[in-house]
Design a protein around this ligand. Structure first.
Ligand code: 2HG
Ligand code: ZN
Length: 462
């Protein structure tokens, strides 16, 4: 095996000086996730600017037996895109491959390279009068490649599905350095195995996503955004049922927010909700191409107040006010990080189990790790709750994690709804997935990456 500096020299002679970073001061932002929970030390960072260059980098590293960690916007929350601390892994950043190759408003597709920022792709779709409906707080930094590799969720999954639902075609560099080009724009394509599904959500462990064709949707002309306080999560669920009855497929988001979340946002971001005190809140958005949405939403909310499943509320009167309501939700993560240490959970349970899950997990934590505080919020419409536990020195983060995940499992849930396993949940996955499922995953990994050089230690233990 060659030394790291031999390898960096070889990579540099192939990619040129702009393609390789070895100076520690410039490496730092690639070495650690944004919350600084998973600090690593790369051998170097490579920044290829074409699919062929990515393929050649993979071949060079393979020949040298050196592991590669693909990285997009580095906005993930599970440490999936950062290297370990050994100083032997090469970070392969896709940030120089950022082109939008094509937007087709009639065929309703967009083709973008992996390093294209999600917001840039959203704006390109919007300029063409269409909607790219992947919507996340990190959309200003997250990249298309990362979003696909993580099968990102976000606030609009309820209506448009996870990223997987929107991927029509994919280009991937395989661990042996060959290029699999499946950049088709077809709505219907049953010709053989749909191999791209393997790479979506594989967190860079099976291949490097270099470009994707995503489905676009009509851009709704009307939208309604409301923030409501509700008596409890049970009432929030009843409200969700009512919204389904009355607004049906026009609901794009149905978010649950706890008092603690809003308190954190008030303290650290200076934003206050325009409604009376309460313990639980729902942020609901509906969108439609047809008129009459606001009237329908007002009627629905009127009957929610009558039935006392909503206590107080405001409907945004303008786009700016809607943005203010969304800002309350979007600042939760950042405000939580400013508050101090937290143990993050990204869990899902069947929708109707959410209220009981919240009661059970609250009791278990209070009994077993007293003195913690809970910052619960998330995508209630998808059964996905970020049950984040704020801890102080002396609290056992591992115990907190185990308690929450055990309660999730008892409700038939998943330990990661949308953030993925990364390095953060590798140990937990083995505990909650069956040995048959884990064996299947290992067989797939071995078939595609027999040397284990692609993002080792993520998703599966090495
Ligand atoms: C969100 O829903 C993100 O805002 C982040 O998935 C969740 O900070 C979190 O735990
Ligand atoms: Zn989320």
């Amino acid at each position: 095996m060659s030394t790291s500096s031999d390898l960096a020299d070889r990579l540099q002679s192939y990619l040129g000086p702009a393609g390789v970073i070895t100076d520690w001061r410039d490496l730092e932002s690639y070495a650690v996730d944004w919350r600084k929970l998973f600090p690593g030390k790369p051998a170097c960072v490579v920044r290829p600017n074409s699919t062929e260059q990515v393929a050649q980098v993979v071949r060079i590293c393979r020949e040298a037996g050196v592991p590669i960690v693909p990285q997009g916007g580095n906005t993930g929350l599970a440490g999936g895109a950062v290297p370990d601390a050994s100083g032997t892994q090469v970070v392969l950043s896709l940030n120089r491959m950022a082109a939008i190759r094509n937007v087709d408003p009639i065929g309703m597709t967009i083709e973008a390279e992996a390093g294209c920022i999600l917001k840039v792709a959203q704006d390109a779709a919007s300029t063409a009068g269409r909607l790219l409906p992947i919507s996340l707080a990190a959309e200003g930094s997250a990249t298309i490649g990362g979003v696909v590799a993580a099968n990102a969720g976000g606030v609009n999954v309820l209506r448009y599905g996870m990223t997987r639902n929107l991927v029509l075609g994919l280009e991937v560099v395989l661990p042996d350095g060959t290029i699999a080009n499946g950049l088709r724009r077809l709505r219907k394509d049953n010709a053989g195995y749909d191999w791209k599904q393997l790479f979506i959500g594989s967190e860079g462990t099976l291949g490097v996503v270099t470009a994707a064709v995503l489905r676009l949707l009509p851009r709704p002309k009307h939208s309604v955004t409301a923030l409501l306080s509700v008596p409890d999560p049970d009432a929030a669920l009843t409200l969700f049922g009512l919204a389904q009855d009355d607004l049906g497929d026009q609901i794009t988001a149905f978010e649950l927010i706890s008092r603690t979340s809003l308190d954190l946002v008030a303290r650290h971001a200076g934003l206050k909700p325009p409604i009376a005190e309460g313990e639980w809140f729902v942020l609901i958005e509906a969108a439609s191409s047809l008129a009459g949405l606001r009237e329908a939403a007002e009627a629905m909310l009127g009957s929610a107040f009558e039935r006392e499943i909503a206590l107080d509320g405001v409907i945004a009167e303008s786009g700016a006010q809607a943005a203010q309501l969304w800002a309350l939700r979007e600042h939760v993560t950042e405000s939580e990080a400013r508050e101090g240490k937290s143990v993050k959970h990204d869990v899902s349970v069947p929708l109707t189990a959410v209220p009981l899950f919240l009661v059970d997990v609250g009791k278990a934590l209070a009994d077993e790790v007293p003195g913690t505080r809970v910052n619960a919020f998330g995508h209630l419409g998808d059964g996905n709750i970020h049950y984040n536990v704020l801890i102080e020195d002396g609290h056992d983060a591992g115990a907190v994690n185990r308690i929450v995940h055990d309660v999730v499992a008892s409700h038939g849930g998943s330990i990661s709804a949308e953030h993925g396993i990364g390095q953060y949940r590798v140990g937990e996955l083995v505990r909650y997935r069956s040995s048959v499922e884990m064996e299947l995953a290992r067989k797939l990994k071995l078939a595609l990456d027999p040397q284990g050089l692609l993002n080792p230690g993520k998703v599966l233990s090495p």
